[in-house]
Design a protein around this ligand. Structure first.
Ligand SMILES: CC(C)(COP(=O)(O)OP(=O)(O)OC[C@H]1O[C@@H](n2cnc3c(N)ncnc32)[C@H](O)[C@@H]1OP(=O)(O)O)[C@@H](O)C(=O)NCCC(=O)NCCS
Length: 441
């Protein structure tokens, strides 16, 4: 796959691109932090992605070469992964390292790279793309804020006790993970994948990579600790291996295999994080100011931990090329939710039109049996066979559990439902879903 205009060619990455892409990305990312010098953590990350990463291959990168010189002047990478909810595995690509050399900006290279990427994912059946990035910018490329991330209170370092009362008295302790823990960590993720929050499960090979596979300076490297009871691994904790410039220790994931462990696990985890923060501060001659959990405010580690300073949740951008296809991927989830609510649809089909595409949900004896994606009608709001007309972005919010139907009905006048029964069915199909994602990078 390659595309071309007069000044540039877009092509998949290759292993030989590693030095050029490391140098390009290190010189454009996080320049406010480095005050204009290349970022070594970004360079190391590009090297890791192109050498030994468990799921990325060089052609997951897209590169724009300047036609006149052959120099690579813009690139990005899509990291393929699966997210899980109640046992449903959803193919997702997280876009990272979007960057254009300063003298080539404004030439629509980023727009072209994204257009190529979206065509690729449409062909490969990857229905969801996600990116964390510049506020508003990716809206222009078809993305919308339809997943919350963050929002847990910041815990001041002073609220984390110096002594370790819980660890000495409790059954559970926390210690740094080793590669020998990878199977147990993967088993925990398999259980979380069946749960009622979005998760991004890692298998044992990926856990080994997270624990010991990355270059030390890779900006995406995290510290992994395990929650143990005797020799049994019962949970995990993932956090940044250094303090931020403002002295914060960032937590990106925390999990317990058994929810009943949380009341005891949360204080033990906070003890561990307090100790880690103080050690990093000592080693880096910094002040440890606070713990910053990038977790949802309802996360059990937060609820059972010390109180902190409330934070407004942030959002991840997501996009789907075809919301009806996304819905079709979630069919087992909808089936299970209607069954749990004891709801049976009385007609042979329920049609959801997204003003362009349409999803036809087919039923036998009231049970959902198939979802097919097709073209929408010209005027779904007046079409007698359409049960619901839902703007694509609103359906994305609904499908991911980011907003419930009652919330959307108050803010989207063009979300139209044929009758109360349709409203009742769709409200039951799409509850709010917590986001417990530590995306693969
Ligand atoms: C952001 C970036 C990738 C855009 O690349 P580009 O190839 O110039 O993008 P395009 O030519 O396709 O689009 C340019 C448009 O984006 C806008 N834009 C660029 N940077 C922006 C920013 N930080 N915030 C908002 N808009 C921005 C430009 O103003 C321009 O708008 P216009 O169409 O109204 O003139 C590039 O500026 C860059 O490499 N920045 C540094 C690295 C970075 O921040 N990467 C993104 C990490 S999420």
């Amino acid at each position: 796959m390659s595309s071309q205009d007069a000044r540039s060619t877009i092509r998949p990455g290759e292993a030989r691109d590693v030095d050029a892409l490391a140098s390009l990305q290190a010189s454009v990312q996080l320049q406010a932090v480095t005050r204009g010098t290349p970022h070594p953590g970004i360079a190391a990350w590009v090297h890791d992605l192109l050498d030994g990463h468990p799921s990325v291959t060089p052609d997951d990168f897209l590169v724009a070469d300047e036609t006149a010189t052959g120099r690579s002047v813009a690139s990005l990478v899509g990291l393929r992964q699966y997210w899980s909810l109640a046992g449903v595995r959803l193919p997702v690509a997280q876009i990272e390292l979007v960057g254009t050399a300063p003298q080539h900006r404004g030439n629509r290279l980023t727009e072209q790279l994204f257009a190529t990427l979206h065509r690729r994912y449409a062909a490969d059946g990857v229905p969801l793309q996600m990116i964390e990035g510049i506020p508003y910018f990716y809206r222009r490329l078809g993305y919308d804020y339809a997943l919350a991330n963050d929002g847990a209170p910041t815990v001041p370092a002073t609220a984390l006790p110096d002594a370790r009362p819980y660890s000495t008295t409790g059954r559970l302790t926390v210690r740094p993970a080793t590669v020998a823990d990878a199977d147990a960590l993967a088993a925990i993720d398999r259980e979380l994948a069946a749960g009622d929050a979005w998760s991004c499960p890692r298998d044992a090979a990926v856990w080994r990579y997270e624990i010991a596979g990355r270059r030390p300076t890779d900006i995406a490297r995290r510290a992994v600790a395990v929650l143990v009871h005797s020799a049994e691994v019962r949970g995990y904790l993932v956090y940044s291996p250094r303090l931020s410039a403002t002295g914060e220790l960032i937590v990106v994931a925390a999990a317990c295999r058994q929810p009943a462990d949380w009341p005891q696990a949360a204080p033990v985890m906070h003890d561990h994080l307090g100790e880690a923060g103080r050690q990093h501060a000592g080693a880096g001659n910094q002040t440890f100011t606070a713990l910053r959990p990038l977790l949802d405010p309802g996360h059990p580690m937060v609820r059972f931990g010390p109180p902190g300073i409330p934070r407004r949740p942030r959002g991840w951008y997501v996009r789907t090329g075809d919301p009806a296809d996304l819905l079709a991927r979630l069919q087992p989830l909808l089936q299970a939710r209607w069954r749990a609510a004891d709801l049976r649809w009385p007609e042979p089909a329920l049609t959801i039109d997204t003003y362009g595409h349409a999803a036809r949900l087919e039923f036998t004896d009231g049970q959902l049996t198939a979802i097919t994606a097709g073209r929408g009608t010209t005027s779904p709001s007046t079409d007698a066979a359409t049960h619901a007309a839902i703007p694509p972005a609103a359906l994305l919010h609904l499908a991911l559990g980011h907003r419930t139907l009652p919330e959307l009905l108050t803010t989207w006048p063009d979300l139209l439902l044929r009758d109360r029964r349709t409203e009742h069915f769709l409200a039951a199909a799409f509850p709010a879903v917590p986001v417990r994602l530590w995306p693969r990078n």
